[in-house]
Write a protein that binds this ligand. Structure first.
Ligand SMILES: C[S@@+](CC[C@H](N)C(=O)[O-])C[C@H]1O[C@@H](n2cnc3c(N)ncnc32)[C@H](O)[C@@H]1O
Length: 210
């Protein structure tokens, strides 16, 4: 295998049996192999821990890879609320979180995330860390909704900000590309946020709520 800067980092991070189990279960269940990259998974753990986050929200569970990374950073008594459209994906994620020792920390809300986010707002819930990693067309809508659910000083992160180059390709102007451009502009320029975009892997936008 050719060494890239990213595979170099992954070699440094070493093997991880819990995350390996997630990847194997994703393959075994015929799910898409689109979990967050290992280097950013480690970053999620660090950001959750650095921010002292107690209540973390995730949009897009897939097989639980990012869920495990987020849960690993949680403070004592912390919780992860994960929104996932596909019931069978949520089941796989739930099982992987349980195997990794976080079964009692995570709650899955199955269904369309927009409805789930509105319901959490109606219940008066708020979060210290919010990770967006679902359908790209809805990123700007998700951002608006998570800002409303965020405590002051909360961290927001969004994966796939570069969409494998499509975001910066002037020839591309489809709905998901336009949505991602709008999301990135808001993450870095919205007066309610202080944010930046990390360009490694597929791009991770990170912001704090002022
Ligand atoms: C990129 S994957 C998430 C990867 C996961 N965060 C990880 O790194 O381990 C995107 C997930 O979003 C889910 N999804 C897509 N549309 C959704 C929606 N409208 N509401 C909730 N989840 C959705 C998909 O089913 C898929 O599991």
């Amino acid at each position: 295998m050719t060494m890239t800067t990213e595979t170099y980092v992954e070699k440094l991070l070493g093997e991880d049996s819990d995350l390996q189990r997630v990847m194997e279960s994703i393959r075994a269940n015929g799910m898409p192999e689109i979990s967050i990259a290992p280097g950013y998974g480690r970053l999620l753990t660090m950001l959750v821990r650095m921010s002292g986050a107690k209540h973390v929200l995730e949009i897009g569970a897939l097989g639980g890879y990012s869920g495990i990374c987020l849960a690993r950073g949680l403070a004592e008594g912390g919780t992860l609320t994960s929104l996932e459209l596909m019931p069978n994906y949520a089941e796989v994620a739930r099982s992987n979180l349980r195997e990794a020792g976080f079964g009692d920390r995570v709650e899955y809300i199955v269904g369309d995330a927009k409805a789930g986010l509105d319901e959490l707002a109606r219940q008066g819930k708020s979060f210290d860390f919010l990770f967006i990693d679902a359908d790209k067309d809805n990123y700007p809508a998700y951002l608006e909704k998570v800002i409303r659910l965020a405590k002051p000083g909360a961290v927001i992160a969004g994966d796939n900000a570069l969409m494998h180059g499509r975001t910066i390709d002037p020839e591309r102007s489809g709905p998901s590309v336009q949505a991602m451009r709008e999301f990135n502009e808001r993450m870095t320029g919205d007066p309610r946020l202080l944010g930046t975009l990390l360009p490694a892997y597929d791009g991770l936008a990170v912001a704090i709520v002022k």
